[in-house]
Ligand binder design. Structure first.
Ligand SMILES: O=P(O)(O)OC[C@H]1O[C@H](O[C@H]2O[C@H](CO)[C@@H](O)[C@H](O)[C@H]2O)[C@H](O)[C@@H](O)[C@@H]1O
Length: 261
């Protein structure tokens, strides 16, 4: 990766940088902004509770909401409850738990029917495993469970084997590799599936969507917005379907400030 590829928007397979103000970015008056959370708006931390939501991020969300007349949503793997805890002032739409739940106009709904009894069993099994191996961190989700191995990188293979065997035991659930974590989630949910629904609703319908994300779970949503004539931006160096790239959350915030004016 060349330095300049990480300092501005760049087409994934092109050789030219694209400045934030360039005509490549849709006019804010016709655009909607869809933002992933961890690794995109906030820096990755050692533990899920360790992230810092800066004043800049809070200001940016407020400003974007006004400037885009409400056409801004967060699209996260975190639960709605978690997002609300970290962003108590943001009252726009939230897509949570990788698309399993949404909050629109303050009302939380599940987007698909969830097998809660299997979810409870999976959580119990993962927590029992976590009690035996405290180097792993178990995170409960409304539609699944995550086994984090950031504190136990040498044991990543063990985390994978355990979560793979749980996935084999739970019909309708699949293993989702994430950043230093393995998650079990229902196979019919995805950020792209929920996003397609949101983008069909006012005030998003008919706009040019700009989706920004860093993780594997963001790839289908990056693909979706590009298919719809929108703009996909990858944060970081990982392989992506996105046509554009930025280095990190602070680079993104600078660019969005410039774009929104
Ligand atoms: O879709 P996102 O908003 O990017 O959320 C993805 C997951 O983020 C959290 O885990 C990740 O970030 C943690 C804090 O930086 C980090 O410690 C962990 O290693 C990462 O996997 C969150 O805990 C998950 O529930 C989200 O699915």
């Amino acid at each position: 990766m060349l330095f300049y590829q990480l300092t501005g928007f760049m087409g994934a397979s092109e050789d030219d940088t694209i400045a934030c103000k360039a005509p490549h970015l849709p006019d804010p008056s016709t655009a909607s902004l869809l933002l992933d959370f961890d690794g995109t708006l906030v820096e990755i931390a050692d533990r899920p509770d360790g992230i810092v939501v800066t004043d800049k991020v809070r200001y940016l969300l407020r400003h974007a909401s006004e400037r885009l007349e409400g056409r801004i949503a967060l699209v996260s793997g975190r639960s709605i409850e978690d997002l609300q805890r970290f962003l108590p002032d943001f009252d726009g739409p939230l897509i949570g738990t990788h698309g399993a739940e949404m909050r629109i106009d303050g009302e939380r709904t599940e987007t698909e029917k969830i097998d809660h009894s299997t979810v409870s069993r999976l959580i119990r099994l993962a927590e029992d495993f976590g009690a035996l191996r405290p180097e792993f961190l178990v995170e409960r989700k409304p539609s699944g469970v995550v086994l984090h191995y950031r504190q136990a990188e040498d044991h990543a293979a063990l985390a994978l084997r355990f979560m793979e065997s749980l996935a084999m035991a739970a019909d309708g659930f699949r293993l989702q590799p994430a950043l230093m974590a393995y998650e079990l989630k229902p196979e019919n949910i995805g950020k792209d599936v929920a996003l397609r629904k949101l983008l069909a609703m006012p005030p998003f319908a008919g706009t040019t969507p700009v989706f920004i994300g860093d993780d594997l779970t963001d790839e289908p949503a990056l693909d979706l917005v590009q298919e719809m004539g929108g703009f996909g931006i990858k944060i970081g160096e990982a392989e992506t379907v996105a046509r554009h790239r930025l280095a990190d959350p602070s680079g993104l915030i600078g660019c969005l400030e410039e774009w929104l004016g």
